[in-house]
Design a protein around this ligand. Sequence first.
Ligand code: BT5
Length: 321
Amino acid sequence: MKESLLKIFAEHPDQFVSGEMISQQLGCSRTAIWKHIDELRKNGYELESAPRKGYRLIKKGDGIHSHEVGVALKTMRLGKEMTYLDTTESTQIVAHKLAQEGAREGHIVLANEQTKGKGRLGRNWHSKQGTSISMSLILRPDLSPQKTPQLTLLTAVAVVRALKNQTGINCEIKWPNDVLINGKKLVGILTEMQADPDRVHSIIIGIGINVNQQLKDLDPEIQGLATSLAIEGGKPFERALIVAAVVNEFETLYEHYLTNGFEAIKTLWETYSISVGKYIYARTMREVLYGFAKGITNEGVLLLEDEQGTLHQIYSADIEN
Ligand code: BT5
């Protein structure tokens, strides 16, 4: 209901919309409208109300509630169901639970704050209240577990393209899961799955985006390494619109991927990547390798040729130039 209300205000910028018109369009009582207006105000929206004129939206909130994201979604399948939490340990944990309980493909978990955000290998992900995006997307593709790394790369491409469209800011991809601006980390992606050895039940794609943090808001641990869209763009951005842009872009690429395979996604990934065609260090769980990053395979695996000419297939690592 709040999503439809926001759509009406979006169709009438800076104008009063009468209570009668709203109640006709939404098929609800004046009291119900008043209740939703009140809730929007609590979510940070400024709404003017005037006798006989109705309501006028003066300023939008900066939340990532499902109704705020839903207004800007253009998807057919993804984001039809969303779970919003003001605060939670990790949207990944919530999404895993929902997936186990049978949540449908495309269900999105959004949080305004995570208190124990997860990175890879037990590392932390910082997501300060009200300034960043923390989201987890539940997918149920008919895919073998070996192919899931492709979805991490697809996600990175979707994020880079969505951020360019929505904010005008150019980002780059560092294999496998970082989106950077001028070498500083803006986005982290965590792909997890529930699977049998030969079949995926669900894939949970976690995306964390630094949006409106200023330098002082970044945890001291990451101050030299991280950045945000507001720091880079010099102004704040609407988080809900960014979430919607990412999901819209993701769906387009995902549909293409499911129908036509990874090839076109791989080509796109290579155009945004800063990790191939140069000498790099790759820190895996077992060793540190140095060599020339030749490219990625059709599975999304990084190919590194060491100084002895041996070709290594790297499935998971942190890489440095
Ligand atoms: C990642 O791991 O980059 C994956 C992060 C995924 C976060 C999302 S948020 C929604 C969903 N729910 C979750 O609980 N997680 C997902 P990794 O490559 O291991 O990088 C972790 C490292 O990035 C840390 O050790 C820090 O050095 C750095 N880091 C932590 N928070 C950061 C931030 N906000 N911005 C930039 N860098 C950060």
